[in-house]
Design a protein around this ligand. Structure first.
Ligand SMILES: Cc1ncc(C[n+]2csc(CCOP(=O)(O)OP(=O)(O)O)c2C)c(N)n1
Length: 662
């Protein structure tokens, strides 16, 4: 147990470094680190299981700074505990290009940062996935290997964001009792006091969601420690509301929004140091405090070594499987399983909706990929994400691999990030493609962080029919394709669906959307290829007879239309080829020679997709013919809609004839 004096000095080291770094950068947020320094000091010095020498040790406790704007809090902690990424020089380079201390914490830049935060609400929602991952992996590998807590430091803003409601409801429902949220309850946000815009009783809100709650003085180390001790033994996830003063120590700005997001200024900074009894220069940490913090960073070494010894003593098969899961190494045998099913599919040539084809693929893939954890935001029977072999996860019962996320698309996508970041799982979650918008902020973070998350997004166009324009995505493909590092697949039949699943599973450095149909589609691929034809995003599905005058490009359900148009054109003596484009974004990322080769030089280029044109000009050129949507859809049986919006083989032929004879 640290003495009160020592505690204060440890916490003041965080405050001083944070003030100095923000001052030097001339930008940043000193208020949160100064206010939450006591909470963080108690957590790190007395509870957090970690070893600064091995920030990726799998059984470490996770610490998520959900309020990412307070990044200097975590950088100070990492630096002081001896993380080798965050040297004093890096602290001095806070927010500068190429530093390990970017404006908001980025998990792919700084070791010890568990997840990228900054968009408020994401951290707490991601942490729910981490806490779930911990329990699910524990159910499979036992207490000896997986036995840790997930701690979150969340601000008012985190709790005001809607996604926090989805997240806490899910955590409460699943009784994720190893999730502990420390709420920096300072009553201040950017505009001023919280009372300007909020009067929620957070404790009651969390209680209603099935959490244990407690309120403490966030500057009383013993009270914080007692609350954390109780939370660790609770049957429920716990919210610890820690009443704090933003900018604690600053003589004039403490307790006001002026401390939130700008340097204190030399005078205020000097005054704060004086008040805190911190008589050291900028970036100066006295030796006794430095060694006390370094000792905290080493506190977990023996625990880590004991864990490693247990791992080494494990049954070899279990040990290897655990290591494989944690390192994200594919299980040998995936290729073979895919090839076997592909052979079957080319032989039987089934007419299937691609959502159904996805289910068929999953029956095989869930066996070949035990780390695949599926789920849906309450659309299981529509998304076809649950195969017979998948048991559901429920409170106290984490051995299953199917997660009923509830009608919480955003919470689901954030939890999927957490599952992926935790390690040991490849999460795949379903909803309708149109509701990608409800999940988008977390999907964007997945793309930024490079988490492996797979979104099974069915009902991917007007082809869903009667539910009408609210449910019919038109701009979603384009908008998702425009997101850096997001991969979007829209397979045309059962074989392509299987191939796209394979590519999504093999893609370890980023997320994938699988856009799948509600309506049936005929088989297009009836010859076996060992090669995954979808791997370059586009390929010639049907060659022209003779030299092509027309190239028809299409994705998903519209490949059928392109193929029918090819026949109709052939009847009129016009040679056309069909290029299937399961992933426009992947195709556009190919080297120029590959693109040129697939695009070809037929005089007339046509793209068919029941969505907006945006993006297709890169293939068909500004003078290409686009057969698709230019506005919202409508409610009707889908075949009528295709006719109504002119997305038919006949319409394609008409457009081509008009151009051909022009
Ligand atoms: C989704 C999202 N919206 C807006 C912001 C901009 N922003 C950064 S911090 C903040 C609010 C600060 O209030 P609080 O969360 O209480 O943090 P504190 O002032 O205590 O540091 C806002 C609106 C953001 N980072 N994320």
């Amino acid at each position: 147990m640290t003495s009160p004096v020592e505690h204060a000095r440890l916490a003041n080291a965080i405050r001083a470094l944070s003030m100095d770094a923000v001052e030097q950068a001339k930008s940043g947020h000193p208020g949160l680190p100064m206010g939450a320094a006591d909470i963080a000091t108690v957590l790190f010095s007395r509870f957090l299981k970690f070893d600064a020498a091995d920030p990726r040790w799998p059984d470490r406790d996770r610490f998520v700074l959900s309020a990412g704007h307070g990044s200097m809090l975590i950088y100070s902690l990492l630096h002081l505990t001896g993380n080798t990424d965050v040297t004093l020089d890096e602290i001095k380079r806070f927010r500068q290009l190429g530093s390990k201390t970017p404006g908001h914490p980025e998990n792919f830049i700084t070791s010890g940062v568990e997840t990228t935060t900054g968009p408020l609400g994401q951290g707490i929602a991601t942490a729910v996935g981490m806490a779930l991952g911990e329990r699910m992996l524990n159910a499979q590998f036992g207490d000896d290997l997986v036995d840790h807590y997930t701690y979150v430091l969340a601000s008012d803003g985190d709790l005001m964001e809607g996604v926090s409601q989805e997240a806490i409801a899910l955590a409460g429902h699943l009784r994720l009792n190893r999730l502990i949220v420390l709420f920096d309850d300072n009553g201040i946000s950017i505009d001023g006091p919280l009372s300007l815009a909020d009067s929620v009783d957070q404790l009651k809100r969390f209680e209603a969601a099935g959490w244990a709650t407690v309120r403490v003085d966030g500057h009383d180390p013993q009270a914080i420690a007692d609350a954390i001790s109780a939370a660790r033994n609770s049957e429920y996830p716990t919210l610890i509301a820690c009443r704090t003063t933003i900018g604690y120590g600053a003589p004039n700005k403490a307790g006001t929004s002026k401390a939130h997001g700008e340097p204190l200024g030399a005078e205020e900074l000097g005054g704060a140091k004086q008040r805190l009894g911190w008589q050291y220069g900028a970036f100066e940490i006295p030796e006794d405090i430095r060694s006390a913090w370094l000792a905290i960073g080493e506190r977990g070494r023996a625990t880590r070594e004991a864990w490693q010894a247990r791992l080494a003593a494990m049954d070899a098969e279990l040990r290897e499987e655990f290591s494989r899961r944690i390192t994200g190494t594919p299980l040998a045998g995936l290729d073979e399983a895919v090839a076997r099913l592909k052979r079957e599919l080319v032989e039987t040539a089934p007419t299937l909706a691609t959502r159904k084809a996805s289910e068929t693929a999953l029956a095989v893939l869930t066996e070949a990929v035990p780390e695949l954890a599926l789920g849906s935001a309450d659309l299981t029977p529509s998304n076809n994400t649950r195969t017979k072999n998948l048991a559901a996860v429920s409170a106290g019962n984490y051995g299953g691999r199917y997660i009923h996320y509830g009608i919480r698309e955003h919470g689901m996508a954030a939890a999927m990030n957490g599952l992926s970041l935790h390690g040991g799982f490849i999460p795949a979650g379903g909803t309708f493609l149109v509701f990608a918008d409800y999940a988008r902020p977390a999907m964007r973070l997945a793309a930024l962080m490079g988490t492996q998350a797979i979104y099974v997004m069915t009902h991917d166009s007007i082809g869903l029919g009667e539910d009408g324009p609210t449910h019919q995505p038109v701009e979603h493909l384009a908008s998702l394709r425009s997101m850096p590092n997001m991969r979007v697949f829209r397979p045309a039949d059962a074989v392509e669906t299987l191939e796209c699943w394979q590519l999504a599973l093999e893609r370890r450095d980023g997320p994938t959307v699988l856009a799948l149909t509600r309506q049936n589609l005929p088989a297009q691929r009836t010859a076996f290829t060992d090669w995954n034809m979808c791997a370059t995003g586009a390929y010639e599905l049907a060659a022209a007879e003779g030299e092509a005058v027309v190239s028809l490009f299409a994705s998903g359900s519209e490949v059928e239309i392109a193929v029918a148009a090819q026949s109709l054109l052939a009847e009129r003596g016009i040679a056309a080829r069909v290029v299937s484009v399961p992933s426009l974004d992947l195709f556009l990322a190919q080297p120029e020679d590959v693109r040129r080769d697939v695009i070809g030089n037929a005089r007339i280029k046509v793209a068919v997709e029941a969505a907006v044109r945006f993006g297709w000009d890169a293939v068909i050129g500004p003078d290409g013919i686009f057969v698709g949507m230019s506005g919202f859809g409508a409610s009707a049986p889908y075949k009528e809609l295709y006719k109504h919006f002119g997305i038919t083989a006949e319409a394609v032929v008409e457009h081509v004839l008009a151009r051909h004879t022009a």
